[in-house]
Ligand binder design. Structure first.
Ligand SMILES: Cc1cc2nc3c(=O)[nH]c(=O)nc-3n(C[C@H](O)[C@H](O)[C@H](O)COP(=O)(O)OP(=O)(O)OC[C@H]3O[C@@H](n4cnc5c(N)ncnc54)[C@H](O)[C@@H]3O)c2cc1C
Length: 155
């Protein structure tokens, strides 16, 4: 990272960014063409979980190339100024890399759906009808590495 003083290195701080972030953006690649898609997610034990329709471009792409990049941020604030060159944006963000796959086991899917729900509600004991679980895809991203950055001053 060019601005090393802005780097977040402590895993607990990286996890805090992930836990506070409201959405993440998943980057996928196919035939030298990137595709970035915003999603809701949950994070636990070095894994991101995303629920999805079982059909669509991101699912197709993951089935062909499971290598993904993701980004999430929190605490974003615009700091206005009179001089346009003095405007700033403050944030804490994470960029990670990993491998994506589909969770197939019913109980594992329910566990993952609860991790997503907990992310947004702080509750994790929801029940899900079997009929919904059966038609819901759950993507698991096994995180291989992450970097973090915080900006407190003009970029
Ligand atoms: C804040 C937010 C949260 C979301 N949370 C989830 C989630 O938790 N789970 C989930 O599955 N989806 C979520 N979505 C929707 C998601 O971004 C995709 O639209 C959806 O997952 C379908 O993706 P797909 O690759 O299957 O697209 P497809 O339906 O296959 O369509 C692919 C085409 O549609 C375009 N497209 C797809 N999505 C978008 C988009 N968001 N904006 C503009 N163009 C688009 C692409 O450019 C591409 O050409 C969320 C979107 C937002 C903005």
């Amino acid at each position: 990272m060019r601005r090393t003083e802005q780097e977040i290195t402590d895993i607990r701080d990286l996890e805090t960014v992930l836990k506070r972030a409201r959405i993440c953006r998943i980057g996928l690649a196919e035939d030298n063409m990137p595709y970035v898609v915003p999603v809701c997610f949950g994070y636990k034990d070095d894994r991101l979980y995303v629920h999805s329709s079982p059909k669509g471009k991101k699912i197709d792409m993951i089935s062909k190339n499971n290598r993904v990049c993701f980004e999430a941020e929190t605490d974003v604030e615009l700091v206005p100024a009179d001089d346009p060159c003095d405007f700033a944006i403050t944030y804490r963000s994470v960029i990670g890399f990993g491998r994506a796959g589909l969770v197939e086991d019913r109980d594992e899917k329910i566990r993952a759906l609860n991790i997503i729900m907990e992310h947004y509600t702080n509750r994790e004991n929801y029940t899900f009808p079997d009929s919904i679980v059966a038609v819901t895809a759950v993507i698991e991203i096994r995180i291989e590495r992450m970097t973090g950055k915080r900006s407190k001053h003009p970029i």
